[in-house]
Structure formats: C-alpha cells, structure tokens
Design a protein around this ligand. Structure first.
Ligand SMILES: [Cu+2]
Length: 127
C-alpha cells in the first residue's frame, strides 16, 4: 500500500464512508428514540385526556371508540366539519391512530366525535 501525505483528498475514503454510516445510524436512532405513542381513551362521551402533547413522528392512538364514537379532525375549537384525519363513520372502528407529520408541526390540532360534538366531545393535540 502506498503512503499518502496528510491532506490528500483520497486518503481514507473508506473511513469517511464508515463515519457517514455511523452518523446516519445515530440520527435514525435519535429520531426513533423520540417517537412515542400518545394515548387517548374514550370514557363516556369524553376524550381522556382531552388535551395531549405530541411531537412530529409521534402516533396519537385512540381507544374505546366502540359502536357509538369516531374521531374527526376539525379546523378549530368551534368547527363541526371534518378537515383532515378521520376514523370513519360513527362506530366504524374501535381504535384509530394517526401519525403527526412535519406539516402539522407548530400548531394545535382539533378533533371531535361527530356523534357527540353537540355535547362537547372534543379534543386537542398540542405541540
Ligand atoms: Cu362520541
């Protein structure tokens, strides 16, 4: 093997590639380690907790939707019309999940149960 002077740009290309692999692996681990599942349950006609905090990459998971509830994103605290994620028709599924993506960062997401929004069945996801 030929000796190369310090500063030679072809020096140790293998090590640079190895280092990049380590950096990418560390980044993926770091991102993965910060993704969490945020759980919301339905108790009676209420989302519990009604306000949750989530980060980009987190999964928000609703359980207890049963036969008489659903989850539908709406524009704000008073809106009634679906605008975004939706679990389907009322009672269609017992559980529902949505993953928070970067386009939703820095805002508050509002959602309702379409069957019971008239009696205040609303929730919020804060960032
Ligand atoms: Cu409901």
């Amino acid at each position: 093997m030929k000796d190369r002077p310090i500063g030679d740009p072809t020096f140790c290309n293998h090590n640079v590639i190895k280092m990049l692999k380590v950096i990418i692996a560390a980044f993926l681990f770091f991102v993965g380690a910060h993704c969490a599942t945020v759980s919301v349950n339905v108790v009676g006609n209420t989302f519990v907790p009604a306000v949750v905090n989530a980060n980009v990459g987190d999964v928000v998971s609703w359980t207890g939707l049963g036969a008489s509830h659903n989850v539908a994103q709406v524009a704000d605290e008073t809106a009634l019309a679906n605008e975004g994620f939706r679990s389907g028709a009322i009672g269609a599924v017992p559980t529902f999940e949505t993953t928070i993506d970067a386009s939703q960062a820095g805002s508050t997401l509002f959602y309702i149960c379409e069957a019971h929004v008239s009696i205040g069945m609303r929730g919020k996801i804060d960032y």
